[in-house]
Design a protein around this ligand. Structure first.
Ligand code: FES
Ligand code: FES
Length: 136
């Protein structure tokens, strides 16, 4: 199988590997697994006071396409609002990396992971608002 240069680049030089403090109020964490192969991906975002994603990190226990997909997504989301980041589709990832059909689920994992991270961030922000309301 021939893999694209972009895929190999993201696989060999993955961007933004690591972890953010998942207890921090401005950090959202998404942890998802791929039923098709048992791979696991953790993706985190840190949202700045201006509402833009200022940092993103990932850890992926999985195949090269999953690593490349998560690396790409962390690059894409930086500087975006969470609403914008939420519109990223696995098909965009798959197209950009030219994933072969059998590896499409790896890009689905990355879409699920960013959505889960955003959901976690929103849940925390809502809790914070509730607390602020209660304190008023
Ligand atoms: Fe799971 Fe890709 S099949 S590593
Ligand atoms: Fe399963 Fe890539 S995430 S083969």
């Amino acid at each position: 199988m021939a893999y694209s240069e972009k895929l190999i680049d993201h696989y060999e030089n993955p961007r933004n590997i690591g972890s953010l403090d998942k207890t921090a109020e401005d950090v959202g964490t998404g942890l998802v697994g791929a039923p098709a192969c048992g791979d696991v991906m953790k993706l985190q975002i840190k949202v700045g006071p201006d509402g833009l994603i200022e940092d993103a990190k990932f850890k992926t226990f999985g195949c090269g396409s999953a690593i490349a997909s998560s690396s790409l997504v962390t690059e894409w989301v930086k500087g975006k609002t969470i609403d914008e980041a939420e519109t990223i589709k696995n098909t965009d990832i798959a197209r950009h990396l030219a994933l072969p059909p059998v590896k499409i689920h790896c890009s689905v994992l990355a879409e699920d992971a960013i959505k889960a991270a955003i959901a976690d961030y929103r849940a925390k922000a809502t809790k914070k608002d509730d607390k602020a309301d209660a304190a008023e």
